[in-house]
Design a protein around this ligand. Structure first.
Ligand SMILES: *Cc1c(COP(=O)(O)O)cnc(C)c1O
Length: 467
C-alpha cells in the first residue's frame, strides 16, 4: 500500500489524502511516496497509443492508493481537462524527426501550471467534500502560479483562496488573469513589496500555529506532491509516443526555476519511461546550471529577466531529489539544508554528482540569446515561442549540436501571448490572446492593496474567510 513520508524523517506515514491537505511535512520536509510504482516496457508500448486522459489514469492511480477509487479518478480527470483549448491536452509539435516541442500551455491561464493545478483543484474538492472539511488556501505568486491556482479553485464551496502578489510587479496579463475572476471565494492581495515579501508573509502565516488552525490553512505551491504526480503524466506519455516512432529513448529539455517540472520528468524516468536525459535550462539566474557544473548549490540574488517565472533563487523541489540521491536518508537531507540556510551554500560529494549526471545535464541562455532564439525560430518556422520556452529551445539546440543522435522534446511552458512585450521585442509582432481570453483587457479587476504587515494581512484574511 502506498504511503507518504517526509524527506526529513520516516514518520508519520500518511495516506495520499492526508498528505495532500497537510502540504508541508513536520520539521519542514516535503512529502514523497513510500515507493515508486513502475511502468513496464509493455505499459510504455501501449501508452504510446492512448489518449491523454487514459495515460493520466494509468500513471496516477497507483499513487492515490484507496483514497480515490478508479471510477472516481476517471471523473476527476475528465473534469480537470475539460476546459483545455486542445483535445490532446499536451500536444507534440514536430520540428524534425529528432526535435519536438511539447505544448503545455493549452489550459485556462496559458501556462503549464494549469495541468497540475486544475487537477489539484478537483482533488481538493473531492477530498474536502468527502471529509466535510473547509480550508483556506494562501499562496504567494510572482505571476503564473497565482492565476492558475485562482482559476482552479474559483467558485469551490469548501475553499477560500487568498493570493498575494507584489503590487505593480507582475505583468498586466498575469495580474488581470488573477484580478478579473468574479467569485466570492477568491481574494487578491497586492502587497506593497516584492515577491520575497509576499512569500515571507505567507510563511509567517503558516508559522503562526493559532492562525493556521483557526483558518485551516493549506497550500498549493509546488511542494504539493499531487502537482508532481499530474506532471509525471506528460513525460511518460510523450516519451512513449516519441519512442514508438524513433525507437530511441527521449531527452527532455525543461525551462526551470523551481525544479518542479523537471523533477516530475526524473520521477517518470525512475518509473521506467524511456527517458535518456533531462536537460535543465535556466535563464541568467543560473543557480541550477552552476550546480550541475560544479556540485555546489549557492543561492544568490535574483536579477529580473524576460522569463520572470524562472527568476527563482531557491529551488524547493530539489529537496526531493536529494532525498533519493542520499538513499532516502532524511537526516542527511536535513543536515544539508540546514547548512544551506546557515551558510547560503552546500556542496554535494563527487559520487553523488556522478550519479546525478546519469539523469541530468544543464545549460543557460541570457536575455539576448533568448530573444535571438525567438526571432530565428519565427523566421525559420513561423512558430512563436514565449521567452521561457525559448530558453529551453536555445539550450536544447546547443545540446543537440554536441549529441547529434539525441531525440529531443523541448517543453513549451507558456503561450507567447502571456509575455507579449518580450515577443514583440524579438519579432516586432504582439501575439494575440486565444479566443477564451480575448476580452481580458476589458474585464473588471478586483484586488486590495495592503502594506507588508503581517497583522494587517492576517486581519484581512480573518474578516473574509468563511469557514
Ligand atoms: C513556473 C514556470 C516555469 C518554471 O517551472 P518550475 O517547474 O517551477 O521550475 C517556467 N515557465 C513558465 C511559463 C512558468 O510559469
Amino acid at each position: 500500500m502506498i504511503e507518504y513520508i517526509s524527506t526529513r524523517s520516516q514518520t508519520p506515514r500518511l495516506s495520499f489524502s492526508e498528505s495532500m491537505l497537510a502540504g508541508l511535512a513536520e520539521a519542514g520536509g516535503l512529502y514523497v511516496p513510500s515507493f515508486l510504482p513502475k511502468l513496464s516496457a509493455g505499459d510504455v508500448a501501449s501508452m504510446a497509443h492512448q489518449p491523454y486522459l487514459e495515460a493520466a489514469w494509468r500513471v496516477i492511480l497507483p499513487f492515490v492508493g484507496d483514497d480515490i477509487p478508479s471510477a472516481d479518478l476517471i471523473k476527476l480527470l475528465k473534469a480537470t481537462y475539460k476546459n483545455f483549448g486542445h483535445s490532446d491536452i499536451a500536444p507534440l509539435r514536430r520540428f524534425d524527426d529528432n526535435f519536438y516541442i511539447m505544448e503545455l500551455f493549452h489550459g485556462p491561464t496559458l501556462a503549464f501550471k494549469d495541468i497540475a493545478l486544475q487537477f489539484l483543484g478537483q482533488v481538493f474538492g473531492y477530498i474536502l467534500s468527502r471529509k466535510k472539511q473547509k480550508v483556506t488556501i494562501i499562496g504567494a505568486t510572482s505571476g503564473d502560479t497565482g492565476s492558475a491556482a485562482i482559476e482552479a479553485f474559483k467558485g469551490m464551496e469548501n475553499v477560500n483562496i487568498f493570493i498575494l502578489h507584489p503590487h505593480n510587479r507582475v505583468s498586466e496579463v498575469q495580474r488581470r488573469q488573477m484580478t478579473t475572476i468574479d467569485a466570492s471565494n477568491v481574494f487578491n492581495i497586492a502587497v506593497e513589496g516584492n515577491f520575497d515579501d509576499c512569500q515571507y508573509m505567507v510563511k509567517a502565516m503558516f508559522n503562526d500555529r493559532k492562525f493556521c488552525d483557526e483558518m485551516q490553512l493549506s497550500t498549493v505551491n509546488s511542494i504539493n506532491w499531487a502537482r508532481i504526480m499530474a506532471q509525471i503524466v506528460y513525460y511518460a506519455l510523450a516519451s512513449a509516443r516519441v519512442h514508438a516512432m524513433t525507437k530511441k529513448p527521449v531527452t527532455f529539455c525543461v525551462p526551470t526555476g523551481n525544479f518542479g517540472n523537471v523533477y516530475a520528468g526524473y520521477v517518470a524516468q525512475m518509473m521506467g519511461a524511456p527517458i535518456e536525459k533531462l536537460v535543465v535550462a535556466t535563464n541568467r539566474n543560473d543557480v541550477l546550471h552552476r550546480f550541475f557544473e560544479t556540485g555546489e548549490m549557492k543561492g544568490e540574488g535574483v536579477v529580473p529577466s524576460i522569463s520572470p517565472s524562472m527568476d527563482i533563487r531557491i529551488a524547493s523541489n530539489f529537496e526531493r531529489l536529494l532525498f533519493d540521491q542520499y538513499g532516502r536518508d532524511g537526516s542527511i537531507v536535513g543536515q544539508t539544508l540546514k547548512q544551506f540556510r546557515e551558510k547560503g551554500s552546500f556542496q554535494l560529494a563527487p559520487e553523488i554528482m556522478t550519479q546525478l549526471k546519469k539523469s541530468f545535464v544543464s545549460g543557460k541562455q541570457d536575455d539576448a540569446e533568448t530573444l535571438s532564439v525567438i526571432e530565428r525560430v519565427y523566421r525559420q518556422r513561423k512558430y512563436i515561442l514565449d521567452p521561457h520556452t525559448a530558453v529551453g529551445v536555445g539550450v536544447a539546440e546547443e545540446y543537440q549540436r554536441k549529441n547529434s543522435d539525441s531525440v529531443i522534446v523541448s517543453i513549451a511552458t507558456a503561450h507567447p501571448s502571456k509575455f507579449p512585450k518580450a515577443v514583440k521585442k524579438a519579432i516586432g509582432i504582439e501575439p494575440e490572446l486565444p479566443p477564451q481570453l480575448a476580452d481580458l483587457y476589458q474585464r473588471v479587476e478586483r484586488y486590495d492593496v495592503l502594506p507588508v504587515s503581517l497583522p494587517r494581512i492576517q486581519q484581512f484574511v480573518r474578516e473574509r474567510a468563511w469557514l
